[in-house]
Design a protein around this ligand. Structure first.
Ligand code: AHR
Length: 613
């Protein structure tokens, strides 16, 4: 029996309650949300980004063309360019299966070029079946200048190639092809279907640009005495201004980021979808497996100043330095920045707090209306998390970012997580969560959990699923909310759940009680699987115990091997009460007989391994 008291007033639910968290993971930016169709357009890919990369990754060369890094470059932070000899050509393979075009749509080509003698550049778009649009020609003459042409696709193809051939000696950089039909037809714009999937959620906020992406790597930048730095932390000043003058950088997730999608574009996206922008700046402490605190006061001052400059970039008058840049980029009106997060998932709470407080004091002195968001580290259900929360409380922090990735069962069992949170303490920003899959059951578990978030909307002020996007051919992390390739995109079951909640945000909670909590019961049958990577090993027992201590499965290998079936290489047998594997060069899975469907269950598993690696 559910009892509802319509007259009682529960917590108010803010319009900003549900938002999105965009991180450039799974190639979510280049080859994804950023609509550029040419991969490695500025020849900046480097083995620092990924060991398999080189400046000509994604390009093939015919004739004499090579990448050069010298004083003849187009811009200080755009180091490389392509030097072409007469009669040479270069072809770009795009992302996924190639350059994707649709019949009848227009595509804007542009290139920066210089040619002392004057060179005719012939630009073609074709796939294995032939031409995709009539060729275009531009003549490059003199110093660096931008040349443009427009294609109209005569056929639809997802396997296109873009080729630039030169009659004379020429230098090329920023070889670019954009669909005319970007989201809201904005220049240097976003891929329409992906941006529309964000807009359809009616997000209350957009958190960007990460995630682990933000903090990790060197905290230096180009202008420091340290000189040229690749693999820097994500620093917003690298990502603004004319695209041909922006830096590129190694991405924490193992590829290159062009920064064509930079802070200006993120602010514009947030504004376009009616959301509050919520940038995350590096804290000079790095989590995400690195657990390193940078001790350099001058560097800390510079990062704090960068944060103050970020506020000026977003909100300052057009007469200010950074507000002026925003205006020159096309947005004289302010972006109404109100919240900035410092750091992401910090595993060194004490070191982080020392720095966070300095950021907060400096920002409060000039912009008391800006809220600085802190964090709690990953929810390890242990000391780091507890220490971080204690420090957050002691420091009177306004909003604390929590992250957790867990099983559907965990989400169902922890619906009451926030019922007991201190009402007088910091508020919660649930910046990242997901229940481990994109199946319907995951969406359902998350939906159930979100009712707990809403019931506690006086404590949980913001919440966003993570990660948002995955390019199906470049996946580092799953599950993800929205999937895509170079020509299509689709939302997951989890996306539909988010949409349901996000497009139906209530004004306040109506308190209710239930006499019993419905439960599901009945027998569940299952199989036990054991996957190993080992050359030789022996196991003497596999035991599975239910959460209540009941033994659900126990095999001490006193029997024959017929209980188990194998996949993978090597050989397996039962010998002297042990399960022995040998010469295993590939993953082996042994599965006990019975129902081989997977069931989610709260189990602890004990396996004893006697030998081997
Ligand atoms: O969402 C993927 C990653 O998960 C984020 O980069 C990080 O914050 C978390 O560990």
């Amino acid at each position: 029996t559910i009892t509802v008291d319509p007259a009682a007033r529960g917590a108010e639910i803010a319009d900003t309650m549900y938002g999105v968290f965009f991180e450039d993971i799974n190639r979510a930016a280049d080859g994804g949300l950023y609509a550029e169709l040419v991969q490695n357009r500025s020849f900046e890919y480097s083995s620092t980004d990924n060991r398999s990369y080189a400046p000509l990754t994604s390009w093939t060369v015919t004739g004499g063309a090579q990448v050069v890094d010298d004083a003849g470059r187009l811009a200080e932070r755009n180091r490389n360019y392509l030097s072409m000899s007469a009669g040479s050509a270069v072809t770009n393979a795009g992302y996924n299966t190639g350059v994707s075009v649709r019949e009848g749509r227009r595509y804007d080509f542009s290139v920066w070029a210089r040619s002392a003698d004057g060179s005719m550049l012939t630009v073609t778009l074709q796939d294995a079946d032939g031409t995709l649009a009539p060729a275009r020609r531009v003549t490059a003459r003199g110093g660096w200048a931008k040349y443009t042409a427009t294609f109209t696709a005569s056929r639809t193809s997802a396997t296109g190639r873009l080729t630039v051939a030169s009659t004379g000696a020429a230098a090329l950089d920023m070889v670019s092809l954009f669909p005319r039909d970007t989201y809201r037809h904005e220049p240097n714009g976003l891929r329409k279907d992906l941006a529309e999937k964000i807009a359809a959620l009616h997000p209350g906020f957009v958190r960007f640009p990460g995630g682990c992406l933000v903090n990790t790597g060197s905290m230096q930048d180009y202008s420091e005495a340290s000189g040229w730095q690749r693999a820097r932390s994500y620093q917003w000043k690298d990502t603004v201004g004319p695209v041909e003058q922006r830096a590129t950088n190694a991405n924490f997730w193992g590829y290159n980021q062009s920064y064509g999608l930079g802070y200006y574009e993120y602010f514009r996206l947030a504004e376009d979808v009616g959301a509050m922008p919520l940038p995350v700046v590096p804290a000079l402490v790095t989590g995400c497996g690195q657990n390193r605190a940078v001790d350099d006061d001058a560097l800390l001052r510079r990062h704090i100043q960068d944060t103050l400059d970020l506020i000026e970039f977003a909100n300052g008058p057009v007469t200010s330095t950074w507000g002026g840049l925003r205006a020159r980029m096309g947005h004289p009106r302010p972006f109404h920045l109100t919240h900035i997060e410092v750091g992401n998932e910090e595993n060194l709470p004490a070191e982080f707090f020392a720095r966070f407080k300095e950021f907060r004091a400096a920002v409060a002195a000039v912009h008391p209306d800006i809220t600085l968001v802190s964090n709690s580290g990953p929810d390890d259900a242990g000391t780091t998390f507890d220490t971080a929360w204690r420090l957050n409380r002691e420091a009177g922090v306004a909003l604390v970012d929590e992250h957790y990735y867990n099983s559907p069962q965990w989400f169902l069992q922890n619906n009451d997580r926030y019922d007991t949170y201190d009402r007088g303490g910091p508020k919660v920003f649930l910046g990242e969560y997901a229940s481990g899959g994109n199946a319907f059951k995951n969406g359902l578990a998350e939906a159930a959990y979100m009712t707990g978030l809403e019931r506690n909307a006086d404590v949980v002020r913001l919440a966003s699923y993570a990660p948002l996007f995955a390019n199906e051919d470049y996946v580092q992390w799953r599950p993800d909310l929205v999937w895509f390739n170079n020509h299509a995109s689709w939302g997951s079951a989890n996306y539909e759940v988010q949409k349901l909640f996000m497009t139906n945000v209530g004004d306040r909670v109506v308190p209710s009680t239930a006499t019993t909590t419905p439960s599901v019961s009945g027998p569940i049958t299952g199989a036990v699987g054991l996957s190993t990577w080992a050359t030789t090993a022996a196991y003497d027992e596999v035991k599975v115990t239910g959460a209540d201590g009941t033994t659900l499965f126990d095999d001490d290998f006193g029997q024959d091997a017929s209980r188990w079936t194998h996949t993978g290489g090597g050989s397996w047998s039962v010998q002297d009460g042990q399960y022995v594997q040998s010469d295993v060069s590939a993953e082996n899975t042994m599965v006990s007989a019975g129902d081989t469907a997977w069931h989610d269950y709260d189990l602890s598993v004990k396996a004893t391994k006697r030998a081997g690696k």
